[in-house]
Design a binder for this molecule. Structure first.
Ligand SMILES: Cc1ncc(COP(=O)(O)O)c(C=O)c1O
Length: 381
């Protein structure tokens, strides 16, 4: 099969980047487990160089899905993010970060990048305020959309345009949307990164990450990724390739079920607030409608004061309290205790991330089974 024969995501998920192998291998990419290769061949292959057969196949598929020229698959989302920042920025240089990013990203900035001498400004998401933060030292603008966990939406075309006009690199964490629902490179973004642990993997059995962009930018990031040793092994790359084949059907179904649950939760007396860009009263609804092909499988909601958060979680039967997200099984967590536990309590309070805030990752179970589970748990004891 020739890669990129058809550029619809359904077909790309299954065929993009796939090689032609001798008949005895059958239809699937063989799993290469070797860590030693003939050094006289060109290029010299080695798993840490991110250039094995399984790496190249998955990277080509992700590049096609996101509409980029090249991709790098890493051992985690944070591996991708670390390689991007450390590969593209020097001490003394400055980046602009969207307010309310994933807690691990904030932790990377506070715990590693700032101590190394990189500088950061926080942007409130209003495009009219973005240019005022740019200095002569600024190199990069990093956003998420939708954000984790409050599902904030950023105007992708405006961010990309401002970055381009000022010669800055625009980077987006596209984990929550996945390339099925949002392709930021089409809006002018330079780089897209993923925690591939989430929708791309999709079965809660794989830790991985990815960055997609131009050949030129990937050439600047790859040496740092190699130095950091953040490559993924052949077995997990094969697992990721297999998972990508069902990405479109999984994400569309999860997005549809999340939309329905968001409406039902919004009407429930035991829920004081629902955060979901598909709801008409969400501040980013119109933007999300314009730049996404669906609103996603993630939603957050705040329990009303009469519901004890621990008792609520204990009463759930089908929906599993768990860190991580985007598996075929529905899961739920308190971001204050998980993804955002390492950021300061005052900062969590400012963002509105308290113990009553629940982040729900909607899986592939029957919608009525999920609703029954939530309804029972939402009943005050
Ligand atoms: C939006 C987002 N970005 C990045 C990450 C980090 O990814 P990983 O855990 O694969 O390193 C996560 C993990 O939860 C995430 O939710």
């Amino acid at each position: 099969m020739t890669a990129n024969r058809n550029d619809s995501p359904e077909t790309q998920c299954i065929h993009a980047g796939a090689g032609d192998f001798p008949a005895p291998f059958g239809l699937n990419t063989p799993i290469v487990t070797s860590s030693a290769f003939d050094y006289r061949s060109e290029p010299v292959r080695y798993p840490r160089y991110h250039n094995t057969l399984n790496h190249d196949t998955v990277a080509a598929r992700l590049a096609a899905l996101e509409g980029g020229q090249a991709a790098l698959v890493t051992a985690s989302g944070m591996g991708a993010l670390s390689a991007i920042f450390l590969g593209l920025m020097q001490p003394g240089q400055h980046a602009i970060l969207l307010d309310g990013l994933y807690g691990g990203t904030t932790d990377l900035v506070e715990g590693l990048l700032k101590p190394l001498g990189m500088r950061f400004s926080i942007w409130n998401g209003d495009p009219d305020h973005l240019e005022g933060l740019i200095t002569e030292h600024t190199r990069l603008i990093h956003v998420e959309s939708p954000t984790n966990p409050l599902l904030g939406i950023v105007d992708l075309a405006r961010v990309a345009e401002i970055a381009r006009r000022h010669g800055l690199i625009s980077l987006i964490d596209n984990t929550f949307a996945s390339p099925v629902l949002q392709r930021p490179i089409r809006f002018g973004f330079d780089l897209v990164m993923h925690s591939a642990t989430k929708y791309l993997g999709g079965h809660s059995d794989l830790l991985s990450g990815a960055v997609i962009g131009s050949e030129a930018l990937l050439d600047r990031i790859r040496p740092t990724a190699i130095r950091l040793g953040s490559s993924l092994n052949g077995q997990d790359l094969a697992l990721l390739e297999r998972s990508l084949k069902t990405l479109v059907v999984r994400v569309r179904q999860q997005s549809s079920s999340a939309g329905e649950l968001a409406v039902r939760l919004n009407r429930h007396d035991a829920v004081s607030q629902v955060f979901y860009p598909g709801l008409g009263d969400h501040p980013g609804h119109a933007l999300a409608q314009a730049q996404m092909d669906g609103f996603g499988g993630m939603l957050s909601f705040r329990l009303a004061p009469e519901i004890d958060p621990d008792a609520f979680l204990d009463r759930l039967d089908l929906i599993q309290p768990a860190v991580s997200l985007a598996g075929v099984e529905s899961s739920i967590c308190q971001p204050a205790q998980t993804s955002h536990s390492r950021i300061a309590a005052t900062e969590r309070e400012r963002l509105g991330i308290d113990d009553r805030l629940m982040r729900l990752s909607v899986g592939l179970e029957a919608i009525d089974d999920l609703w029954d589970d939530l309804s029972v748990a939402l009943h005050p004891s």
